[in-house]
Design a protein around this ligand. Structure first.
Ligand code: ZN
Length: 452
């Protein structure tokens, strides 16, 4: 064992077994021991006593639209990873769309990697994309290290990333299952959305009516049926439902799981903390697809989290420039910026509902790391990377958009008072953000790890 370089002590270390007073020893960027709080200090190690501040595993945000290259006015690897570091996120996984090129071929992946490498303040993994006509690209992308493949069932919002028709979805999933990959899906049904009244004007209620819950249920039911069909043909199809908004779909997913279908599901901070009732008309910073629904639905999402029916909570950070967030819900870009705010936003709501930071760590770090097979991330235990977020859980702050590191300061959380101040963030044993200020870019590019 190499020499311990760093010891972090806290009265509140969130380990997989729960929080406890402990000292965490780090060597070569990895956690080598989680010992008693007052364990003797190894010779030559730097020791930081965090007092009552909580030591959490660094967050793993598997749903981030970095938009780089191509739409760097919206975000970029430098700004996104600075925001991530400031917010306690130590690993992010970049979505394959909104950048140009989209990540639908190996050369496009390499273009992204070349850009990302230059300014990564946190570790970065990549999703590939499944679009019409790129079935032949999926295996090479998998071999090149993407963590899985995203598909849409209806227009994505950008022309260069078209949706899959049902037969194309089947073809893609068959191909992906053939090499043991993961398909992640924006689950809203095109036909039901087409049949709903189109969103126009500034009223949030009209926008909500344009994205009915049934569209989510229909798409998820179709996905489950397809996974079952392939399973019956000995193909090990794994599917993941992105950004679940309608809690009414949870029983469907839970039933499928009980019957052996390999399906997982995520939800997002905005669905857990914001409600349709409170969205002012014209406030398109709250627009996302699927949409933020009513308070009763939010309660049911929390019940799903408590019951273990939802695997992870990830940001779906999808920013744009301010001019695209006009007051008309039909015309505005759909996406909510929250990369830097996910931890305090979720913690504020979680504590009010009687949940602990142990729960939050499971939803925002351990769960997402497991989803993408990054077994060296997502928990404070020996052998994993020394990635941490240090949180003052009882301190509050008011969200000032100008203080965010996102490239654009439009956010639905502006002016909200949140619990949980991120004091510092650590990546492989090095401090990458201190009191909200990112330090040096020491992030690495991550590749899919072979599954055990
Ligand atoms: Zn997204």
């Amino acid at each position: 064992m190499s020499d311990v370089e760093l010891v972090l002590r806290s009265a509140n270390v969130v380990t997989p077994d729960g929080p406890r007073a402990a000292s965490v020893s780090v060597a070569d960027g990895r956690i080598v021991a989680v010992g008693p709080y007052d364990a003797p200090e190894p010779d030559g190690a730097r020791v930081e006593d965090l007092g009552d501040d909580v030591l959490l595993p660094g967050l793993v945000d598997t749903h981030v639209h970095v938009n780089d290259p191509g739409r760097t006015a919206w975000e970029g690897f430098g700004s996104a990873t600075r925001a991530a570091a400031a917010g306690g996120v130590t690993t992010l996984v970049d979505m394959p769309l909104n950048s140009v090129p989209p990540t639908t071929t190996v050369p496009a992946l390499e273009v992204k990697r070349a850009v990302a490498r230059r300014s990564a303040h946190v570790d970065i993994g990549f999703w590939g994309g499944a679009v019409p006509g790129n079935t032949q690209e999926l295996r090479p992308l998998h071999d090149a290290g993407v963590l899985g493949f995203k598909a849409f069932l209806l227009p994505s919002g950008v022309d260069e990333f078209p949706p899959l028709a049902p037969d194309q979805l089947r073809t893609a999933l068959r191909e992906i299952a053939g090499f043991g990959g993961l398909l992640i899906v924006h689950a809203e049904d095109a036909r039901l959305i087409d049949g709903a009244p189109p969103p126009t004007g500034p009223r949030y209620a009209d926008f909500l009516a344009s994205r009915p819950r049934a569209a989510e249920h229909e798409a998820i039911a179709g996905l489950i049926a397809l996974a079952r069909e392939l399973h019956a043909r000995e193909l090990d199809a794994r599917v993941h439902v992105l950004h679940l908004s309608s809690a009414a779909a949870l029983p469907l997913i839970a039933d499928a799981r009980r019957q052996g279908v390999r399906i997982t599901v995520e939800t997002c901070p905005h669905f857990l903390t914001l409600t349709a009732e409170e969205v002012p008309d014209g406030a398109t910073e709250f627009k996302c697809c699927p949409p933020i629904r009513e308070a009763a639905n939010q309660d049911a999402l929390w019940a799903g989290l408590a019951a273990g029916e939802i695997d992870c909570v990830v940001s779906d950070h999808s920013p744009c420039t301010a001019d695209l967030k006009v007051g008309d819900f039909g015309r505005a870009w759909g996406g909510i910026s929250s990369l830097q705010l996910g931890l305090p936003a979720v913690w504020t709501a979680a504590r009010r509902r009687g949940h602990t930071l142990h729960d939050v760590a499971r939803w925002m770090s351990t769960g997402p790391a497991a989803l993408v097979g990054l077994d060296h991330k997502g928990a404070i235990e020996a052998g994993r990377d020394a990635d941490f977020a240090v949180l003052a859980p009882d301190e509050t702050f008011t969200v000032d958009p100008a203080a965010l590191h996102h490239r654009n300061q439009v956010t639905a959380y502006a002016g909200r008072t949140l619990y949980g101040v991120v004091r510092s963030t650590w990546l492989r044993g090095r401090k990458i953000a201190d009191h909200g200020t990112p330090t040096e870019p020491t992030g690495r590019l991550l590749e899919r790890q072979p599954r055990a």
